[in-house]
Write a new protein. Structure first.
Length: 265
């Protein structure tokens, strides 16, 4: 049915979960956006969320670092447990949670500051003032995002002068600078050209050695290329999830097969 990269065939089903989601539902007023989702997100792997527009993928993604807290009328029920701790527990600091669970958005959103200040922003917010330490963090983060070689001699240049692909990698570097454990990506390459998209996908492969990654994508080929686990959402429900090789070659649900083969959606 699909050609899946050989690396995806080695996904270990018994990889321990970094995040466990249980009976998660989200309402916006009277509208149910996510409906009773149960899923384990494995540590140091890439989990892709696929499905048609409006199916709840991005809403689910934002639940993992409580970004929906900022949406008026949003009601969240259920549990999101990271390393044994319910992230919606009364003692959880949402600001600290978003340090641990970073996010990269669909449209690159660099601050109107220098490249250096963009990456240093998060550590500064969290109280780091030591100039040497900041410079080390900036270099490390830019290297991790495969951008250092392109910008190392122009760190005082405005981030807004970078190309679209470079800006998105800068946003990834900015997220990495606060040393998250989980990285959420909401369509990170949808606005990029094929060359920039390939760089982002290569970067995702490298980053999963250090981070747990959850990516929303409408691109079936991209999901097949970059992910270890794929989850198919429809009308707010999780229809099916499992190793990407199985989902794309022998799904167990007819709805999943109809979507990935293009007969629906």
């Amino acid at each position: 049915m699909w050609s899946v990269p050989e690396a995806a065939l080695t996904t270990q089903a018994d990889t321990p979960a970094k995040v466990e989601v249980r009976d998660l539902s989200v309402h916006y007023g009277e509208t149910k956006a996510v409906d009773g989702v149960n899923i384990d997100i494995p540590r140091n792997q890439v989990t892709a969320l696929i499905g048609p527009s409006g199916c709840g993928k991005s809403t689910f993604l934002r639940c993992l670092n409580r970004m929906n807290d900022h949406i008026a009328g949003a009601q969240i029920r259920g549990r999101v447990v990271m390393d044994g701790e319910d992230v919606y527990g009364p003692d959880v600091d949402a600001v600290d949670l978003r340090r641990r669970v970073g996010m990269v958005f669909q449209k690159s959103n660099p601050f109107p500051k220098t490249i250096f200040e963009n990456v240093a922003f998060g550590p500064r917010v969290h109280g780091l003032r030591d100039a040497v330490a900041l410079r080390e963090i900036v270099e490390r983060s830019l290297r991790q995002s495969a951008l250092w070689d392109e910008v190392s001699s122009s760190l005082e240049k405005s981030a807004l002068e970078l190309s679209g692909g470079q800006q998105q990698r800068l946003c990834i570097a900015r997220a990495l600078a606060v040393e998250p454990e989980v990285l959420l990506m909401d369509e990170p390459a949808s606005a990029l050209d094929p060359i920039s998209t390939a760089k982002i996908e290569e970067l995702i492969h490298e980053l999963k050695n250090s981070y747990t990654i959850v990516i929303v994508t409408h691109n079936m080929q991209q999901a097949a290329r970059v992910s270890d686990i794929t989850a198919y959402f429809y009308l707010g429900k999780l229809i099916e999830y499992g190793p990407t090789a199985r989902i794309f070659t022998s799904p167990t649900r007819q709805e999943t097969e109809d979507y990935i083969t293009g007969r629906f959606g």
